[in-house]
Design a protein around this ligand. Sequence first.
Ligand code: GRF
Length: 188
Amino acid sequence: MVNKIRSCVFISGNGSNLRSLIKSSRDYNFPIKIKLIISNNPNAKGLRFAKQYSIPYKFFSSDNKEKFERNSLFEIKKKKIKFLCLAGFMKILSKNFIKAFGYKIVNIHPSLLPKYKGLNTHTRAIKNKDKYSGCTVHFVNSKLDSGKIILQKNVKIKRRDTLNTLTKKVLLEEHKLYPKAISKVFNN
Ligand code: GRF
């Protein structure tokens, strides 16, 4: 694929989804290339993948969200970014940011949306004795975990599952679902 879309990934933590996107982006037919990684956490473990794969990265504090967004937009424009992926990014982007960026933004969430928006999704699913948990990739708007759904994957909750085992199982599916959803966005 010649014209891959210049993309940025926002992270706050471990970056296992970031890693799966970096790996997919190295496939010839994957529609995006990752040109920038931004973290709002200076100690995000995921930043090690930026270093490992020599991808430019920035840390901006989000203590002041307006400032974080302004700094990020500046870098994003500078690098001519045309697609943004949130991967374990723990802040809600403002309407202004989304409008000013002007291109598609996607996120991955560890539940079968619209069920369990927000945090502690697996704990809530286990507590409610749900038969399934799972993950969702969706477009981002300024309401938490509420944009149009692109793809979802169910993961069965077994009786012996704990928060730990379920988190691991769903995360493995996330790593497959996120690249698949991005290919779908660009009709690959
Ligand atoms: C994932 O479960 C993702 O769905 C959620 O935060 C977690 C991030 O994990 N938004 P990682 O940083 O990609 O390993």
